[in-house]
Ligand binder design. Structure first.
Ligand SMILES: C[S@@+](CC[C@H](N)C(=O)[O-])C[C@H]1O[C@@H](n2cnc3c(N)ncnc32)[C@H](O)[C@@H]1O
Length: 306
């Protein structure tokens, strides 16, 4: 297993995702002789996991079952231990596209934080690209290095423990793209410009507050970046639900199917989404937005060095 290469069977040392149900999963480090507790009972790694295929249904000691999934950056983002606020897949997807990342791209990032974005960047630039990520908090930098090693991607990433605003990314004239998620990105724009290739590249800065965006845009302009563009991405999730609506009682004539505009005896209506006409109600499937929507995460400012 590695986060950039699919492995068919679960092996000692892998990071696997234990899937208990919708929005209920957690990562587990597979180790001979170890057990993992779930609400359905115990999973014994040596007998229940190692040698089984990813995607298997595993029966726990109390008789309930879970699925064991191969890790991906998206599953890791949903399950990783938070050491900081992290970026989620909605923002990550637009960052990847707008930075024009592909296999072979060289990317600079700061800060590494919890490595949520880093895993996605690494997966995109593999197998020939590289991520240079800078984190000034020593323990966070070390923990990120350890995770990259465990996840089989250490050859694709260099973690540097320094202040990006003072010391930059530790590389120059090498990057196709730079990404910033730090409180004062405007102080790192000059270093970002030096890290990017002489022929140019793309930059993105993520900031929660509009005042940070204003200062960053001014700094980008000062350093000669063009196509400066700020946007925000909002995700709307829908649940599929069966909806029942009461057919209005319009008196005797309404008992005739034709008055509802729906003839369930007509073969062309069989299997239609609202074919379930019973006892004064009509049922149909519909997509219903969740009552609570994920709100503001941050503004994404993109620009080009040309
Ligand atoms: C919000 S977190 C980044 C989260 C990351 N994008 C993720 O998806 O997991 C910001 C990180 O930047 C680091 N940081 C802040 N200012 C920095 C600087 N000047 N140089 C290097 N790292 C910095 C912090 O220690 C923190 O870990």
């Amino acid at each position: 297993m590695s986060f950039v290469e699919y492995g068919d069977t679960i092996k000692d040392g892998d990071t696997a995702i234990v899937f208990l149900g919708h929005e209920s999963m957690f990562p587990v480090k597979v180790q001979h002789g170890t057990v993992t507790q779930t609400k359905y009972g115990v999973i014994r790694h040596s007998t229940d996991l190692i040698g089984k295929k990813y995607g298997s249904k595993v029966t726990c000691s109390k008789g309930g079952w879970v699925f064991i999934l191969h890790p991906t950056p998206e599953l890791w983002t949903m399950n990783l231990p938070h050491r900081t606020q992290i970026l989620y897949s909605t923002d990550i997807s637009i960052i990847t596209m707008m930075l024009e990342l592909k296999p072979g791209s060289i990317v600079c990032e700061s800060g590494t934080g919890s490595g949520s974005l880093s895993h996605a960047l690494i997966r995109t630039v593999a197998p020939t690209g590289h991520l240079y990520t800078v984190e000034f908090h020593q323990q966070r930098a070390e923990k990120a290095r350890e995770e990259f090693r465990e996840h089989g991607v250490e050859h694709l990433v260099t973690v540097t423990n320094q202040d990006v605003c003072k010391n930059g990314f530790g590389v120059s004239d090498i990057a196709d793209a730079v990404f910033l998620d730090i409180p004062s990105p405007w102080e790192a724009i000059g270093h970002a410009k030096s890290a990017l290739k002489a022929e140019g590249g793309r930059i993105c800065s993520f900031s929660p507050c509009i005042e940070q965006v204003q200062r960053t845009c001014l700094a980008m302009e000062e350093y000669g970046f063009t196509e400066i563009n700020t946007l925000e991405i909002l995700l709307r999730v829908y649940n599929v639900r069966t909806i029942s609506l009461q057919i209005p009682d319009l008196g005797k004539a309404a008992e005739d199917n034709s008055s509802t505009g729906f003839d369930s005896s007509n073969p062309s209506n069989q299997g239609s989404p609202c074919a379930n006409l019973q006892q004064g109600t009509v049922q149909f499937k519909s997509g219903v937005p969740l009552r609570e929507m994920v709100g503001h995460t941050g503004y994404l400012t993109f620009a080009t060095k040309s």
